[in-house]
Design a protein. Structure first.
Length: 93
């Protein structure tokens, strides 16, 4: 397996303009309109999640502490090493 350096991954600004995702793998690398993808996204401040119609999100914290989300009025506590699953088209902060 070839080494993949972080800086070599496709970078995409978040649709909400508040951060950047680094695409690790995708059905269509570097192309909008994907059906699935794996990305790393450093979260440096509280902000709304970008809206993705008909997308099922799975969030895994790989470093740092827990993250508390409000997913459509429901509080979801995301802990490092545990996968949080939620819809991409529900308002999430």
């Amino acid at each position: 397996m070839p080494l993949q350096r972080f800086a070599d991954h496709f970078q995409a600004p978040w649709p909400n303009g508040r951060g950047t995702s680094y695409e690790i793998a995708s059905q269509t690398p570097g192309v909008a309109g994907w059906t699935w993808r794996v990305a790393i996204a450093p979260v440096i401040e509280d902000c709304d999640f970008s809206h993705f119609e008909n997308v099922h999100r799975q969030l895994l914290i790989i470093s740092g502490g827990e993250m508390i989300l409000n997913v459509g009025g429901k509080i979801v506590v995301c802990k490092p090493g545990e996968v949080a699953v939620f819809a991409g088209d529900i308002p999430t902060t």
